[in-house]
Design a protein around this ligand. Structure first.
Ligand SMILES: Cc1cc2nc3c(=O)[nH]c(=O)nc-3n(C[C@H](O)[C@H](O)[C@H](O)COP(=O)(O)OP(=O)(O)OC[C@H]3O[C@@H](n4cnc5c(N)ncnc54)[C@H](O)[C@@H]3O)c2cc1C
Length: 286
């Protein structure tokens, strides 16, 4: 499907990065129509499509989302790419420092990004660091020094490009193409839009999300509702909640809270919600 020129198909990310949509297969009706191959019954209305897509994602019936594909070109610091490539079910191609001298682009964070090591989260950043400006300047100087040496090894001494990059910092930008179906993208976004993900990959995930949901609004809305914003409780957490609240909810109270059935809260969903409350011990089973 050709890209929609009225949509935003490219977003700048960090100081020199971007995500650029290269191609899309499928449209917002595709997950619904792929799912309906099972029954041979075509959707009759937009509302029916919405209802089915939301049901599928709610219950993790994910294969109908594998038939729609988005391909992006991305320029990102190597440290971001290293995290990104852990998502093994995408297809990738990356520019090669063996074939070409990489562009002299380095990620230098904004000063307000420079923090102390977080105290509780061993992977994360904590409070702002008062010496941020000095560190940013030092990083920049190291990047300039590396770039001069890299350039000299290749241009002056004809050292093989594959070796000249030996000391390349992970702040160096590289470019790759990544192709994935909607399920790949949901999984990636679920992990990398989360606040526990590193800021530098989170801003890429957010940019992908903004572009992608223009093309598949129904699917990404359901993703947001049932995956991204959903909360899973462990057995222990359920028990604690039940203990704190007791059997506080009556059938009458539940009935009064349930909205009129529609694609955004079907009769079936109301039944599922009731079952969840029962499983959590929060509903008086009259
Ligand atoms: C906040 C955060 C911190 C992280 N920290 C670390 C870290 O410290 N060290 C580290 O090494 N990694 C780390 N990771 C990477 C993480 O462990 C995963 O490798 C990464 O998130 C990709 O997830 P995935 O395997 O689900 O994705 P994909 O590789 O895209 O796989 C998608 C799904 O396919 C299935 N699948 C794929 N391959 C297999 C397989 N071989 N066997 C069975 N099922 C498979 C699984 O269901 C999987 O969820 C971190 C990730 C996050 C988000």
């Amino acid at each position: 499907m050709p890209l929609n020129p009225d949509f935003q198909n490219e977003k700048q990310v960090l100081d020199h990065g971007y995500v650029r949509l290269m191609g899309v297969m499928g449209d917002d009706s595709s997950p619904d129509s792929d799912a309906r191959i099972s029954t041979g019954v075509a959707a009759r209305s937009e509302a029916q499509q919405t209802t089915l897509v939301r049901f599928l994602l709610r219950h993790k019936h994910t294969t109908p989302f594998e038939g729609s594909v988005m391909k992006f070109e991305v320029r990102a610091p190597i440290m971001v790419i290293r995290e990104w490539f852990r998502h093994r079910t995408f297809s990738y191609n990356e520019e090669s420092g063996r074939y070409k001298q990489l562009d002299p682009l380095y990620y230098t964070p904004e000063e307000d990004r420079i923090s102390y090591q977080a105290k509780s989260n061993h992977q994360g950043s904590g409070e702002m660091h008062p010496e941020a400006a000095k560190f940013v300047q030092e990083w920049h100087e190291e990047q300039v020094a590396f770039e001069e040496g890299y350039n000299e090894l290749i241009q002056t001494h004809n050292v093989a490009r594959e070796l000249a990059r030996l000391n390349m910092p992970v702040s160096h930008y590289s470019t790759f193409v990544v192709t994935g179906n909607l399920l790949n993208w949901f999984r990636f976004l679920q992990l990398r839009m989360d606040e526990t993900a590193q800021y530098e990959i989170r801003v890429y995930a957010n940019a992908i999300f903004e572009i992608a949901k223009q093309y598949f609004p129904r699917s990404f809305e359901a993703f947001e509702d049932y995956w991204l914003e959903a909360v899973t409780l462990s057995r222990r957490e359920k028990e604690l909640l039940a203990k704190m609240l007791g059997q506080a909810i009556s059938e009458e109270c539940l009935g009064g809270a349930i909205p009129e059935p529609g694609p955004y809260f079907t009769k079936r969903e109301a039944g599922e919600f009731r079952q969840k409350l029962l499983r959590m011990g929060l509903l008086k089973n009259d």
